[in-house]
Ligand binder design. Structure first.
Ligand code: F6R
Length: 602
């Protein structure tokens, strides 16, 4: 993860860097830094923790005239979040910032140390700057030194390097972590994603893996393994406006409330009166496909798990789901009759991206379901369906999950329609249910205040079990993940029928069970499972449209004409519950500890 920024030009650099870093803070917030070269001299400011601390530290600093500058927001991988481990890392006359992991850093570090180089930090990144200086001392040519450095590095990186020996130049390289170059007249920007440079740059170039180069005098020189190359810039669309809280206490809260609206956006032009239209897929898209494999991580993995029920039940197509980080190293058997789907909110998740590249190498057709256009995963896929959730700022994903699940439901119907595995009546009734989902996602004042009141009873105890069956099992996993991410309380999601095979041993009055009890799906079965827990005195919060007398607390849902409507309404309840518990515990809802919004390391 980590976010990097660079700027070369005449404008006030501190303001530019801090503004971009603020928009990149979702990528990590263990420490934040800026560094400049002005009048040929390096300067840097570092602060631990969130950006407010860096703002405070740089209060009296203002950059002056032409200069070059880089900045970094860190999600710690090697070494604790201390000032010494904060980027930029300094050699004798150069600074580097980096996002990714240098896998051969131990070996490089040992060789540098045996040459007498002293390391100040515990990071992998510091090796980059020392290798650069070692190579420069040999060749006397800064760009040759940078190219030689890049050649030695293994792993994933996006990196920017500045040096007093070339005080008007930023050196850059990308391999496996995102990096783009923004342009406006003779000014050049670098950033880990495009949204932060909107309003600053008018054109952009998204670097590909293996590309590197330098920028000087407003010009970018781009290279790859075949030498210098030309490149085409594209206009940077200004419609990705940055998100504001709009009166809500937290971005996560705003994003929960937005779900009803964005769901309509997700369906627009896709869910029609009697048919499903997916213009993103060409007519031959399903030719030769006999099964689906989906890879994703975290919350996106939970939407994938939900969809497996839909693909098999509605589309009558075999569907396997894998956690991307597991898939990568299991030597999977891949055959070209499998459609390979990746799901990602950010489109930058390293494990998911690598899984996609593996599938492509094996000749599979690929489709991504993503919230960010032009992201690495979208660009790498044969086709993409965008979720249209809008920018999601809260680290705990909410509206992205809702819209991913909707896209997958739409896709399952699309495949059923194209393959004729669904009757006209059934398709119509699914579409009718879909069109009701925005209603099931509306947060009422009554619901929110009830969960606010209830939350005070769920702050202690020895853990939470979220339980459900069928598609409500992945929802249980997602509910538990939301709660643990922002409350730091232990929570697990479990298939309700599985409790008796071990976990029920934990049952006592200090165990909280959040029971997802849909009327339309195996109600009697889950009721028995919850009764078994109640008999062992667990505290039960039941969520259902049907009254359940053994519940200690009860949230009554309204939309129970279709399982997916019950799914989405219950999803909102679990999100709000997590939010209110987190607020009561005094945690940072939008930027919970140890997490980052975009996970670009494996
Ligand atoms: C949890 C959460 C994460 C992400 C996971 C994958 O709230 O957001 O679990 O879902 O890191 O990220 P994307 O979807 O960007 O690939």
């Amino acid at each position: 993860m980590c976010g990097i920024v660079g700027y070369i030009g005449r404008k006030e650099k501190k303001e530019i860097l801090i503004d971009v870093l603020q928009k990149l803070e979702y990528r990590g917030y263990d420490s934040e830094v800026i560094a400049t070269i002005e009048s040929k001299k390096l300067k840097n400011y570092k602060a631990i923790g969130k950006l407010a601390n860096l703002r405070e530290k740089t209060k009296s600093y203002q950059s002056d005239g032409f200069g070059i500058s880089i900045g970094h927001t860190r999600w710690a991988t090697h070494g604790k979040p201390t000032e010494l481990n904060a980027h930029p890392h300094l050699g004798s006359y150069s600074y580097v910032v980096h996002n990714g992991i240098i896998e051969n850093y131990q070996e490089l570090k040992s060789s540098l140390q045996s040459d007498g180089v002293k390391f100040l930090s515990q990071t992998d990144t510091e090796t980059i700057v020392h290798i650069f200086e070692r190579e420069y001392d040999k060749s006397g040519n800064p760009f040759d030194a940078f190219s030689d450095t890049i050649e030695i590095l293994e792993g994933a990186y996006a990196t920017l390097l500045i040096s007093e020996i070339s005080p008007d130049t930023i050196f850059f390289a990308k391999h496996g972590s995102p990096l783009l170059i923004g342009f406006d007249k003779d000014e050049v920007y670098f950033a880990s994603s495009d949204t932060p440079v909107i309003g600053k740059a008018t054109e952009v170039y998204y670097l590909e893996d293996g590309e590197y180069g330098y920028t000087k005098d407003g010009k970018v020189h781009l290279f790859d393994a075949n030498g210098e190359k030309s490149f085409n810039k594209q206009a940077l669309t200004a419609d990705k406006v940055s998100a504001q809280k709009d009166g809500y206490r937290f971005f996560m809260e705003k994003e929960i409330y937005e779900q009803s609206r964005v769901m309509s956006e997700t369906m627009m032009g896709r869910v029609l009166d009697n048919t499903i239209a997916l213009d993103e897929l060409d007519d031959s898209f399903l030719d030769g496909i006999t099964s689906i494999k989906i890879c994703a991580c975290g919350t996106s993995y939970h939407s994938a798990l939900t969809s497996a029920y839909l693909f098999e039940r509605i589309s009558k197509i075999r569907c396997d789901i894998e956690i991307a980080s597991e898939f990568r190293y299991k030597e999977p058997l891949l055959t070209p009759d499998t459609l390979f789907i990746t799901i990602s909110q950010s489109g930058e998740t390293a494990d998911t991206l690598e899984a996609l590249k593996m599938a492509k190498r094996a000749g599979l057709k690929s489709l991504s379901i993503c919230n960010v256009d032009n992201s690495s995963i979208v660009r790498e896929s044969d086709s993409a369906i965008l979720t249209r959730a809008g920018i999601e700022k809260g680290v705990a994903s909410t509206k992205a999950f809702a819209t991913q699940t909707m896209v997958l439901w739409i896709l399952s119907l699309y495949i059923a329609q194209e393959r004729k595995t669904i009757s006209k009546d059934k398709l119509k009734s699914e579409i009718t249910a879909m069109l009701h989902t925005p209603k099931s996602l509306i947060v009422t004042e009554t619901l929110h205040s009830k969960l606010h009141r209830l939350s005070k009873r769920y702050l202690h105890g020895h853990g939470f079990f979220f339980i459900g069956r069928d598609i409500f099992f992945p929802l249980a996993l997602e509910g538990a993940l939301k709660l643990k991410e922002i409350s730091y309380l232990h929570a697990e999601g479990y298939p309700a029928g599985e409790m008796k095979h071990g976990p029920i041993a934990l049952a006592d009055s200090e165990l909280f069970t959040i029971a997802l009890m849909p009327k339309t799906m195996h109600y009697e079965k889950i009721k028995s499972n919850v009764e078994e827990l109640s008999a062992r005195d667990t505290t039960i919060l039941a969520i259902s449209s049907l009254p359940f007398e053994l519940a200690d607390d009860f949230i009554q849902t309204k939309y129970d004409s279709h399982p997916m409507l019950e799914f989405f309404e219950m999803m909102v309840v679990t999100q709000l519950l997590a939010l209110e518990i987190s607020v009561r515990l005094g945690n940072d809802v939008d930027m919970p500890r140890n997490l980052a919004k975009s996970v670009t390391v494996e």
